[in-house]
Design a protein around this ligand. Structure first.
Ligand SMILES: [Zn+2]
Length: 67
């Protein structure tokens, strides 16, 4: 089946019998992302996690020092 990446509109091809193709057919709400965008998203998620840890560290540090 042909699939379109929800992020960059690239048309990809999926073998009909892969788990992902079945998921997309059964639940059209499930969106397809090409491998490049998937990689980008997972990198962004990692970066956000790192930022979150940093902010948490700083704010707890500030709370201890300033009050
Ligand atoms: Zn893409």
């Amino acid at each position: 089946m042909r699939v379109k990446c929800v992020l960059c509109d690239q048309i990809g091809k999926l073998e009909d019998d892969t788990p992902l193709a079945k998921k997309l057919r059964n639940r059209p709400i499930h969106t397809y992302m090409c491998p490049i965008c998937e990689q980008r998203i997972s990198e962004m998620t990692e970066a956000r996690k790192a930022t979150g840890n940093f902010i948490f560290y700083r704010s707890s540090h500030l709370t201890e020092k300033d009050f």
